[in-house]
Design a binder for this molecule. Structure first.
Ligand code: ADP
Ligand code: MG
Ligand code: MG
Length: 249
């Protein structure tokens, strides 16, 4: 699904990622943990194609294609989805309009006709129910005035509607209370399938109680310094990250 090799990324000539290598097979859930400022969001932004990041070395292959060569909107249509750490408010654009436009753009790219209006409504209402959201959120401007937790839930609603192949979740758990965390995790778990992969960035072990990862990685100093099974997350919870310092070398 995704093969990142020796990725080096700079922002304004400042190296942030320094030789990151990561492989994700279809159906796998990988968690990335790591201290603040380690480059976790940088990784998610580079994969989704956000401007302002310079790849100075390395490669990213997604489903056999050179991901870095693709425009951000093409990556999205090819099935790369990013749930933002800080979801953006879009005043004047309703949530349901955005969802429909995004779904139709994706369908068009894959040679499918526009989704039938009634089919879309029932699809989107099913997903709203899955995430235990109020239908009113569909008719509000995207994320405008949403609480932190509501924004995070809304990101997963987008994923549920768009059915991406590679789902990148950047600290989707932060800002969620324990009930919302469980609901969001159920939403994510319902999306798990042998054809879909997840890259879950999180600070907290707690999320991984609900979404069992296949692999846990530690990102520190711009590269993966340790990988292991779910038990690694428990170890990190207990010991923090400092014991891993210097291991990158
Ligand atoms: P994480 O998500 O792991 O907390 P980030 O990827 O957000 O870390 O940031 C990695 C580093 O890059 C941090 O030191 C951060 O200050 C720096 N950084 C991020 N964006 C910019 C920017 N636009 N200009 C300069 N430095 C940045
Ligand atoms: Mg952070
Ligand atoms: Mg971050």
């Amino acid at each position: 699904m995704l093969s990142i090799k020796n990725l080096h990324v700079s922002i304004n000539d400042k190296p942030i990622l320094k030789g990151l290598t990561l492989d994700i097979n279809p159906g796998e859930v990988h968690a990335i943990m790591g201290p603040n400022g380690a480059g976790k969001s940088t990784l998610s932004h580079v994969l989704s194609g956000k401007a302002g990041y310079t790849v100075t070395e390395g490669s990213v292959s997604y489903q056999g294609k050179d991901l870095l060569e693709l425009a951000p909107e093409i990556r999205a249509r090819e099935g790369v989805f990013l749930a933002f750490q800080y979801p953006v408010e879009i005043p004047g654009v309703s949530n349901i309009y955005l969802l429909k436009a995004a779904l139709n753009a994706m369908r068009k790219y894959h040679g499918l006709p526009e989704v039938d209006a009634m089919d879309f409504l029932s699809l989107v209402k099913d997903k709203v129910k899955l995430l235990q959201m109020d239908e009113k959120f569909l008719y509000r401007a995207v994320n405008e005035g949403f609480s932190g937790g509501e924004k995070k839930r809304n990101e997963i609603l987008q994923a549920a509607v768009l059915e991406p192949k590679l789902c990148i979740l950047d600290e989707t758990d932060s800002g969620l209370d324990i009930d919302a965390l469980r609901i969001v995790a159920e939403g994510v778990n319902s999306l798990r399938s042998p054809e879909r992969s997840f890259l879950m960035i999180t600070h907290y072990q707690r999320l991984l109680d609900y979404i069992k990862p296949d692999v846990v990685h530690v990102l520190a100093e711009g590269r993966i310094v340790k990988s292991g099974g779910p038990e690694l997350a428990l170890e990190l919870e207990e010991k923090g990250y400092s014991w891993l310092e210097g291991q990158a070398a």
